[in-house]
Design a protein around this ligand. Structure first.
Ligand code: GLN
Length: 485
């Protein structure tokens, strides 16, 4: 019998409906695989009993013909989503022991559609990072690692690694500046960050509220479309969620892209761009051209400011969002003689280095005297970055870029550890999209000379995930990428 964990969601749905296997059998295969691969450190909390209960309930629904869109499909959930009755930590010491009394909107939509949850996935602490190394639970190992253990990317490193290693059929991720796309690229899987406002942020632990978006990480473009359809939609509990109808994202897959205009931004040929990545970028453009698209050169002139702007705005919002973790209301408390001392002790013990660094930067740029010089200026440039995209989309329908300037690097890489700026430079192709609130997807394009996966990014107009998914489905077919093995 084929290994059930190798099936895509679309294939598993077919198998379940044809009764080739049961939901419990499918879930059991994933549980076995999840437990056999503990050394990857992808899951920080496993909930096999819960998953089996949910699978049994799914089977009854399938038997009576009442199954939902994801009936019986086993998922992993990034530990940034509040899950009712199941520990939710954001991979921070400060939230140790926090068990949410409610479910996030996105996860409750997935549950209503019949998915079952295998457990919570590792991430960079509070989603701050690009390598999963800032997690209080330790780093995740990229399943593509060869001689030395490699990072899976971040912050949704656990999600991407678990999908790549067939430890779950798909996973939820969140993306503030690249956290769905960059780990997808590093692990050879597919992920989409939808338009800001497409998915509700209710019940997702906040990092930078004007940037955070949920999205799926899955094995294929089709699986991403299936997941995204369920995860999306307006929510009265999140004032920033958009009142825009959710299309059936799967309908456009495989449709002709003849005549579509694909933009190539000249500013993305940065000095840190690895040669192999650059040549795959040309190859991807060529593949799309063979399918009848028109390749157009475009300019996004404010790209050079994107990282600076992001690393002002995201920490500013983070410093405000994280002020709630004072040792009183949630999770871990370290006592002190006075209230102030208790705050200091709890935060000193509870937050890791990267989170402290961001809180300090954020507090600084928001402080009187510096607010105008940094924060306000950054907001103005953010608008210019958004306007660049609006102008570019007068000349093209989607934009093609690499997802990250290089392949996955080693855990503990010195250049990254000694200078956090090097780590931040990894977000160069993803942050401007987040600042502009646009949808973007990463899909595997091939392997580099070391046998490691590389990803390409497709960016769309606001709320036009369909063009992104359509083009991605065509490119995916051309590439015929094979997963980790
Ligand atoms: N790597 C980026 C950061 O550290 C993006 C993280 C994210 O998207 N959550 O901020």
């Amino acid at each position: 019998m084929t290994d059930l964990t190798e099936l895509t969601i679309a294939e598993a749905k077919k198998g379940l409906s044809k009764k080739e296997f049961s939901a419990v059998e499918l879930t059991t295969s994933y549980i076995n695989n999840m437990q056999a691969k503990h050394k990857l450190n992808a899951f920080v909390k496993e909930t096999p009993e819960l998953a089996l209960q949910q699978a049994a309930a799914s089977q009854s629904k399938i038997d009576s013909g009442l199954g939902g869109e994801l009936e019986g499909i086993p998922l992993g959930i990034k530990d940034l989503f509040c899950t009712k009755g199941v520990d939710t930590t954001a991979c921070s010491q400060i939230l140790k022991g926090f068990v949410p009394p409610y479910e996030s909107t996105v996860t409750s939509k997935l549950l209503s559609a019949g998915a079952n949850f295998l457990g919570k996935l590792n991430l960079d602490e509070f989603a701050m990072g690009g390598s999963n190394e800032t997690s209080a639970f330790g780093p995740v190992i990229n399943p593509w690692s060869k001689e030395v253990p490699l990072v899976p990317g971040g912050s949704s490193g656990g999600s991407a690694a678990a999908v790549a290693a067939n430890m779950c059929a798909a996973a939820t991720g969140t993306d503030t500046g690249g956290s769905i796309r960059q780990p997808s690229a590093f692990c050879g899987v597919t992920g989409i960050k939808p338009t800001y406002g497409r998915c509700s942020r209710y019940g997702i632990i906040a990092f930078a509220s004007s940037l955070d978006q949920a999205g799926p990480i899955a094995k294929t473009v089709e699986d991403c479309a299936i997941m995204l359809k369920v995860m999306s939609g307006h929510d009265a509990k999140d004032a920033t969620s958009a009142k825009i109808a959710v299309p059936d994202f799967t309908k456009v897959l495989g449709q002709s892209i003849k005549g579509m205009r694909v933009g190539i931004p000249k500013e993305y040929r940065v000095p840190s761009l690895n040669e192999e990545v650059a040549s795959y970028w040309d190859k991807a453009a060529q593949m799309l051209k063979e399918q009848g698209v028109e390749i157009v050169d475009i300019s996004l002139p404010h790209t050079k400011y994107a990282l600076a702007v992001y690393y002002i705005i995201a920490p500013a919002e983070a410093s405000s969002n994280l002020a709630r973790y004072d040792g009183l209301r949630y999770g871990n408390r370290v006592e002190g003689k006075t209230l102030d001392e208790m705050y200091v002790n709890s935060r000193t013990a509870g937050f890791g280095r990267e989170v402290k660094r961001r809180i300090m930067i954020g507090t600084y740029v928001l402080s009187a005297g510096y607010y105008d010089a940094y924060y306000l200026k950054a907001q103005k440039v953010r608008r210019l970055i958004r306007d660049d995209f609006i102008e570019a989309f007068n000349h093209c329908d989607i934009i093609l870029t690499p997802t990250a300037p290089s392949a996955a690097f080693a855990i503990g890489d010195k250049s990254m550890q000694q200078d956090p700026i090097n780590m931040w430079l990894n977000d160069i192709f993803t942050v401007s999209v987040s600042l502009a609130g646009l949808p973007a997807m990463s899909l595997p394009i091939g392997l580099n000379s070391k046998g490691l996966p590389l990803g390409m990014q497709l960016i769309g107009r606001a709320f036009d995930e369909e063009s992104v998914l359509k083009a991605a489905s065509i490119l995916e077919k051309q590439v015929a990428f094979r997963g980790v093995k």
